[in-house]
Write a protein that binds this ligand. Structure first.
Ligand code: GLN
Length: 278
């Protein structure tokens, strides 16, 4: 089959399955799975795809037609300009979360800052902070051993030294004191999960999404315990759901945090809440 027909056919099938950007996604698959980029394609328009490549492309199209996220099919995504490997054991890093990373980065003034990323998942937050903030050490924790395995793979692939991974349900196994605790915890209320798009609902780990009854369980638990694990003046940074700023602010205030600020994402929605202890 000609590459041109393979691409057109793939696009048509994605479109029929209700995928929002069928042309773009078919391109990503062609580039990634068959190694044919746009320049090559346009300079070799009638090239015939070898059968192994066509098969792999078609398998990817089939998976995507079942609404599996493109990032899981390709096994990777880009976050803060870095490539992260992803799979069904970890939440796919979101662009929204880059606002959290940028906010924390603006407070990192030396490579010695002790940062803990709680609920680290793929490790995207901690590893971006280390790579872009020049940190020579950092800690990431998660309740899922599978997630930590992915975080460690990402650390190796990005060639970042000094990250340590801690298997822990929130603070249970934690020791030590940190300058900053950062977290993008699960924050969707249990009742809302069924209404999410199938890509999220049926494929991303529920453990990484479910913030229990009102979506705020992790903010409460982390805000309550964090002061014990922060050095004097230490900071706590959260990513939040866009309707949660007032509740998360109140919760942090109730546990002694001061100077609590909210930062909006690029869509103008509340996305980050942070503050410090005395
Ligand atoms: N910290 C990871 C991320 O931001 C995972 C978050 C989660 O599992 N809720 O992508």
């Amino acid at each position: 089959m000609k590459v041109k027909d393979l691409l057109a056919e793939g696009e048509k099938r994605l479109s029929a399955a209700g995928i929002e950007n069928p042309a773009l996604e078919a391109w990503y698959m062609l580039e990634d799975i068959c190694g044919i980029d746009r320049v090559h394609y346009y300079t070799h328009p009638v090239e015939v795809a070898d059968s192994e490549c066509a098969e792999r492309f078609e398998e990817a199209i089939r998976r995507r037609m079942g609404h599996e996220p493109l990032q899981y099919i390709l096994g990777k995504t880009c976050f803060m300009g870095l490539d992260f490997m992803v799979g069904p054991t970890v939440l796919i890093p979101r662009q929204d979360t880059e606002v959290l990373v940028e906010t924390v980065l603006s407070y990192i003034k030396s490579k010695d800052v002790d940062v803990l990323d709680m609920c680290t998942g793929s490790g995207c937050i901690l590893l971006s902070l280390m790579a872009l903030g020049g940190l020579d050490h950092g800690w990431g924790s998660d309740i899922s051993a599978d997630a930590l395995q992915m975080a460690e793979r990402n650390q190796k692939a990005l060639d970042i030294q000094g990250a340590q991974w801690i298997l822990s349900s929130l603070f249970e196994e934690m020791t030590g004191k940190y300058d900053m605790i950062v977290s993008n915890p699960p924050y969707i209320s249990s009742g809302e999960i069924d209404g999410l798009m199938p890509e999220v609902r049926d494929f991303e780990p529920r453990l990484a999404l479910d913030g229990e009854e009102d979506g705020l369980a992790f903010y409460r638990a982390i805000s309550q315990k964090a002061p014990e694990f922060l050095k004097p003046g230490g900071m706590l940074f959260f990513e939040i759901g866009c309707t949660q700023a007032a509740d998360v602010t109140a919760c942090m205030a109730a546990h002694g945090f001061k100077n609590i600020c909210t930062i909006k994402d690029l869509a103008g929605l509340d996305r980050v809440v942070y503050g410090n202890i005395a």
